[in-house]
Design a protein around this ligand. Structure first.
Ligand code: FES
Length: 184
């Protein structure tokens, strides 16, 4: 003998009855689909905003910082390196101090201004002809070689080139406290 399963129904305002389970699951699916579409449409631009600027931030460029003829020979000169930094849609100008040394053969060495020990700024002592870091006493000669103190490596050099009598530099930063020069 066949047993009939009772179907639960619901009545809307117009008095039309529909099976409750069917109608609820239909609305649940529609709601989930709409939520998914809205979620995706919000997520894609946000991910793009977060991810792509992160790559753009790494973009490094040559910046002219001095006329080569204005640099004294074998005498460190503190120079300003101004760069436009892009963080997403935000553009800011940042100025970093760097040390440039023109050698007798017109080659130029440029040092990062950050002490490789733990990241302090160091100064040139013209009398002793040494770079000295006030934080923990690291001392470097004109070639950036460690003469004293806890610094684990020489001063970090930056890429340089000379074009039309101008010195161009790419500014980089490196991890402190390591024996090797590792770019951040
Ligand atoms: Fe320069 Fe420590 S940060 S010696």
């Amino acid at each position: 003998m066949e047993v009939e399963t009772p179907v639960s129904t619901d009545e809307d305002e117009s008095g039309v009855s529909t099976p409750v389970g069917t109608r609820r699951s239909f609305f649940a699916r529609v709601t989930a689909a709409i939520s998914a579409v809205i979620g995706l449409s919000l997520t894609i631009p946000i991910v793009g905003y977060v991810i792509f600027p992160a790559f753009q931030r790494k973009k490094q460029e040559w910046v002219p910082i001095a006329k080569i003829d204005d640099l004294p020979v074998e005498q460190p000169k503190a120079l300003d390196y101004t760069v436009t930094e892009k963080d997403g849609w935000l553009e800011t100008k940042a100025t970093k101090g760097i040390w440039a040394i023109k050698h007798a053969d017109n080659e130029v060495t440029v040092f990062s201004p950050i002490c490789p020990h733990l990241g302090c700024g160091y100064k040139w002592d013209g009398q002793d002809r040494l770079f000295k870091c006030p934080c923990h006493g690291s001392v470097y000669n004109l070639k950036g070689i460690v003469q004293a103190g806890p610094a684990p490596r020489p001063l970090d050099t930056l890429p340089v080139k000379v074009e039309n009598g101008e010195l161009l530099v790419i500014y980089k930063e490196f991890k402190s406290g390591l024996a090797d020069q590792t770019e951040i």
